[in-house]
Design a protein around this ligand. Structure first.
Ligand SMILES: [Zn+2]
Ligand SMILES: [Zn+2]
Length: 450
């Protein structure tokens, strides 16, 4: 976020706070009490101004307090034995590649602040600052005072409105008062609803010692556990509600609403169960996730996009339907006068012009494209469409027999021995039947003479 835009946000927030806080007192409450200082007026306004003062003070503290930065050349304490996160470093210390420095537990890099922030919660545009270890307490108190002050403000203005409905003419608000009553409601109700919802989330996070980022991490871990990828793991920083709140708002519960520093230096955090080695590596990683970034890794692309693993073609790569159709139509054009290199009984034999679209292989079941060619083509194919099976009438066995016979009767190819039968020793009966009877009788006479 730009520097100017950030300041505009802070200016806008301050305007909203001061408008709601002071216009209500000057233009609504003061005239209502007859513009005269009285004990009743002071009794009403002093608590409100105290709340307003605390609200503004905490807002100021959230804006100006550094949320916590990682000291230069900070390193995890590898030898520490007091139960802190980085004791055993089961998966290596956390490292920020942008800052080129180690990251303490719970610290995260903020892109807006361009640095790592200790116990980072979120970057808040309304305060133009990150909310982290050193100003999270101020932030929580600010939310608390906004909730209380807005409620007090609404009660005060509503009391004024109810008072006007008594029917006494001197209690009627003037036009200016009416305008400010409407404006105060218009600003205050949305603020209370929005900040109230946000407060409920953050008070719960405070109770569980969880930052906003850790809340997301918890959701991610819950998903991994639900999918059976990792074992259930307890959030390691939940050390009991009382201790969780004290870690942020200070040791003494009497001073939780009073601005004060948090516990610790933001570089180490006590764990709920220091003996659990998994607690030291929060958040647990997805076992199927890609390996962590290697700072020395350089991206190299394969020489061809059509390669598979070690450079070979993907064995499962299949041409899509259009490519197959295109290639089959090309083959169809070439099929005129095509002579197969293998005989029809060969397993690889394909009738001329046959294509993959019409085959009896189960892979093409359901393909009914190019159907218009069927009437002009004397061949028929096996295919299965919505109407059922259509059976190819070509019998390959007959084709084989015919082929063999053709080979056998090819002149000069084989010497075929045909045994002579008594009937066929002279002339065949068919021949005889073709001759006229008179000629046959003449022939029999000659034979008898011989
Ligand atoms: Zn960083
Ligand atoms: Zn930030």
């Amino acid at each position: 976020m730009g520097r100017l835009l950030g300041r505009l946000f802070v200016g806008g927030t301050l305007f909203l706070i001061t408008f709601i806080g002071y216009s209500s007192q000057i233009f609504i409450i003061w005239p209502w009490y007859g513009s005269v200082l009285s004990v009743e007026l002071l009794a009403l306004l002093i608590p409100f101004n105290a709340l307003l003062g605390m609200l503004l003070w905490n807002y100021y503290l959230v804006v100006v307090t550094d949320p916590g930065r990682v000291p230069n050349n900070w390193q995890p304490d590898f030898q520490s034995e007091d139960g802190y996160e980085v004791k055993k470093l089961t998966r290596g210390p956390r490292f920020c590649r942008t800052c080129e420095n180690y990251k303490p537990p719970r610290a995260h890099h903020c892109r807006q602040c361009k640095r790592c922030v200790l116990r980072m919660d979120h970057h808040c545009p309304w305060v133009n600052n990150c909310v982290g270890h050193f100003n999270y307490g101020h932030f929580i108190r600010f939310l608390f005072y906004v909730d209380i002050a807005c409620t007090y403000h609404l009660a005060m203005v509503t009391k004024r409105v109810l008072h006007a409905s008594n029917g006494r003419f001197w209690d009627e608000p003037s036009f200016l008062e009416l305008i400010f009553i409407i404006l105060n409601y218009t600003f205050c109700i949305p603020v209370l609803l929005a900040v109230g919802g946000f407060s409920i989330y953050h008070f719960n996070a405070l109770r569980n010692n969880t930052t906003t980022i850790e809340g997301w991490e918890k959701d991610k871990v819950a998903t991994l556990v639900r999918r059976g990828k990792i074992q259930e793991i307890k959030f390691p920083y939940h050390i009991g509600v009382r201790k969780n709140i004290a870690a942020v708002l200070g040791d003494s519960a009497w001073l939780w609403c009073w601005p004060g520093p948090p516990q610790g230096n933001g570089l180490k955090y006590p764990l709920a169960d220091p003996s659990d080695p998994r607690a030291e590596s929060w958040p647990p990683k997805d076992p199927n996730a890609l390996p962590p970034d290697d700072p020395n890794h350089t991206l190299t692309l394969p020489s061809s996009p059509w390669t598979y693993e070690n450079g070979a073609l993907n064995p499962y790569l299949q041409p899509n339907g259009m490519v197959r159709r295109a290639s089959s139509s090309r083959r169809g054009k070439k099929a005129h006068g095509h002579i197969s290199s293998v005989p029809p009984y060969h397993p690889d034999y394909r009738p001329p012009g046959d294509d993959d679209t019409f085959s009896d292989s189960p892979g093409s079941v359901g393909s009914i494209t190019d159907d218009e060619d069927a009437p002009s083509n004397p061949r028929s194919f096996v295919r299965r469409g919505s109407e059922g099976y259509e059976v190819r009438p070509i019998n390959r066995e007959n084709m084989l027999r015919q082929h063999v016979l053709e080979q056998v009767h090819e002149p000069g190819r084989y010497n075929v021995y045909v045994p002579e039968t008594p009937e066929s020793s002279s002339t065949s009966e068919e021949e005889e039947e073709e001759l006229p009877l008179a000629s046959r009788v003449e022939r029999w006479r000659k034979e008898a003479a011989v």
